[in-house]
Design a protein around this ligand. Structure first.
Ligand code: FRU
Length: 611
């Protein structure tokens, strides 16, 4: 490559030498103060500075000094031997100011190492723009993901003026959990999402854990009529509950200076606040995580909260921690019967290890929740989803038409940090609407059906079979080629003489995921042990099993994205959400019957209208 003399001179002027002679990038000055401590000065007229990340190493502490004062501290896994990817730090708010990063590469004084040669210093660069175009083959095409960085729980969701707002636990500075911030996306149709800047960032009381939002139509909190009020957990040494409000429909938030509004002595988090129209009070459910109980509070103004009761000690699944509650009323379709539903996400201790969504049905008088009892007078353990990858699911407040629309984090704490993506990590489930149903055992359960908006994703029908008798040799159908085979599959299965019916998604590499219908056991199971990449965690290869609540023809609706399979049996009564990482897309759908033959009706495979 020929570089003109002039450019070389310019480059040597721009590349400021650091104290050890290694060259930093234009605009960036690196000064090593001591073995674990380095100052990085940048030009705040450039919009961004990119921090190079190497996931295998621990976080460096990056203190952001603006005009000599500490503005904030972030934690970044700065690259030591190689750069996995880079994350942007937005300098635009500091334009024209003096910006210095005071970086501590290790807090460990017993293992002092010299960071001067680390790969990060020469790879900290300033840029005019950030390229967020997708670089990941496993990034879902029709599920919400953050543009980059780590995501866990959806939270703080509200619907207002035709827009669905989704906030999520986000690390903007790397694809592993850290720097908990409320990321923000919005959608007019629940399936196409627009990304917004971070809504609530770590602040003086700590990082910003999960919570909820409500529209204060009567200005009871005094933040203004129709303010969007968010309540979240400020997490630092302790976990306390804080308020923030927004006057621009959730785009930006002000932090309430009177925070915290609730402080407990042991871990309490994920406040779920709502207006109870029956008691005319603000009502709050808070997860008392280690105590395995949900605390219920009421308030006239969102600021002064009175503890009314607690629910859960010794009831339901008790392993792990209780997190991310939600409490709402559902009506049994076609009747006046109503039940309150208390969602109680737990981790670990889910039905197939790790994370799971437990729920209780019962009565709520505004102060106390009482769970239904089963025929034996016991509180039954109920799960909303029997896959491994649906967690921290909560609902939108103020959804239209009295809908109870929910979305989950499509991952599991067992291996969420190891899943084979880098630019981003984790997606959401499809949005679902909850419905109450009564099963043959007389108990009330909650079904989750794909939200009606999901219907708009349907593209061309590429397989259409009105009726087929299928035996042991099975029948094969092609999945779409376009868009890496993403599709929706529907069918009604009548097992007839078959002992089991197996529905297999497979590719030319022999990777496969098997869905097995066992009418005698009244179960559906999903086996992903040979589904593609599985060895990133010993907890990933698995078989999940969901009970079926109805007899007769089984209605199935299956959504296949680039790294997930969501199975809805019996119109959402039996649901399994599981991640899969096939090394090439699944291309074949095979249906076979064991021990007899079955009848499959209304088989349809649709392409999905997404990129
Ligand atoms: C659940 C959870 C919440 C907490 C958040 C932190 O996945 O542990 O309890 O608020 O994640 O990111």
């Amino acid at each position: 490559m020929k570089i003109s003399g002039q450019i070389l001179i310019l480059m040597s002027l721009l590349f400021s030498a650091n104290v050890d002679g290694a060259e930093a990038s234009p605009g960036v000055k690196v000064e090593h103060l001591g073995v674990n401590n380095t100052l990085v000065r940048v030009d705040s007229n450039a919009p961004f500075v990119m921090f190079p990340v190497q996931e295998a190493y621990d976080d460096a502490t990056v203190n952001v000094l603006v005009d000599g004062k500490l503005d904030r501290t972030i934690y970044v896994r700065l690259a030591k031997s190689k750069v996995d990817y880079s994350v942007p730090f937005d300098l635009r708010p500091y334009k024209g100011h003096d910006v210095v990063f005071n970086i501590v590469t290790s807090q460990d004084r017993t293992n002092v190492r010299d960071a001067r040669e680390d790969a990060c210093w020469v790879n900290i660069v300033q840029t005019d723009s950030v390229d967020t175009s997708n670089t990941e083959k496993y990034r879902p095409a029709f599920h919400h993901t953050p543009l980059y960085g780590w995501m866990n729980d959806p939270n703080g969701m509200f619907y207002k003026d035709g827009t669905w707002h989704l906030y999520y636990q986000w690390n903007p500075y790397g694809s592993k959990w850290q720097n908990m911030t409320w990321g923000h996306s919005s959608s007019k149709d629940l399936v196409n999402w627009q990304h917004h800047p971070a809504a609530i960032e770590p602040n003086g009381l700590g990082s910003v854990f999960s919570g909820s939002s409500a529209i204060d139509t009567e200005n009871s909190a005094g933040f203004g009529k129709d303010a969007v009020v968010a309540m979240y957990t400020s997490a630092a040494t302790s976990q306390v509950q804080s308020l923030a409000w927004s006057h621009d429909n959730g785009e930006t938030f002000e932090i309430y200076p009177g925070n915290p509004v609730i402080a407990n002595s042991s871990e309490a988090r994920d406040p779920n606040m709502f207006w109870n129209a029956q008691t005319k009070e603000w009502t709050l459910v808070l997860a008392h995580a280690l105590e395995h109980e949900m605390l219920i509070y009421t308030s006239p103004d969102m600021k002064e909260w009175t503890l009314q009761s607690s629910f859960g000690k010794g009831l339901g699944a008790q392993d792990g921690v209780w997190e991310c509650p939600d409490l709402f009323e559902l009506t049994l379709p076609g009747t006046d019967t109503k039940k309150w539903v208390l969602l109680c996400n737990i981790n670990p201790g889910g039905p197939f290890g790790g994370s799971g969504i437990q729920y209780f049905t019962g009565e709520f008088d505004g102060k106390t929740f009482k769970s239904d009892l089963d025929a034996n007078g016991k509180v039954a353990t109920k799960w909303l989803d029997y896959g491994k990858d649906n967690y921290a699911l909560v609902s939108w407040s103020d959804a239209p038409e009295n809908r109870r629309t929910v979305i989950g984090w499509m991952n599991n704490w067992q291996y969420a940090a190891e899943t084979p993506t880098r630019q981003y990590r984790s997606s959401n489930t499809l949005p679902r609407d909850l419905e109450l149903f009564q099963a043959a055992d007389g108990q009330y359960y909650v079904a989750s059906v794909p939200s009606p908006e999901v219907e708009s994703l349907k593209g061309r029908k590429i397989v259409s079979v009105s009726s087929a008798t299928i035996g042991q040799s099975g029948k094969k159908y092609s999945l779409p080629r376009e868009n890496d085979g993403i599709c929706e599959i529907q069918m009604d299965v009548d097992a007839k003489s078959a002992k089991t019916v197996t529905i297999t998604l497979s590719n030319e590499k022999g990777e496969k995921a098997d869905l097995v219908y066992d009418p005698a056991k009244a179960t559906l199971s999903f086996d992903r042990r040979e589904s593609g990449l599985t060895d990133f965690s010993q907890d990933f290869p698995s078989v999940t099993v969901v009970p079926l609540y109805s007899k007769g023809t089984l209605k199935l609706q299956i959504f296949v994205d680039r790294s997930s399979v969501e199975i809805f049996g019996d119109q959402g009564k039996s649901v399994m959400t599981n991640l899969v990482f096939p090394t090439v897309p699944y291309s074949t759908l095979q249906i076979s019957a064991e021990g007899g033959s079955c009848k499959v009706k209304n088989l349809a495979v649709y392409t999905i209208k997404a990129e």
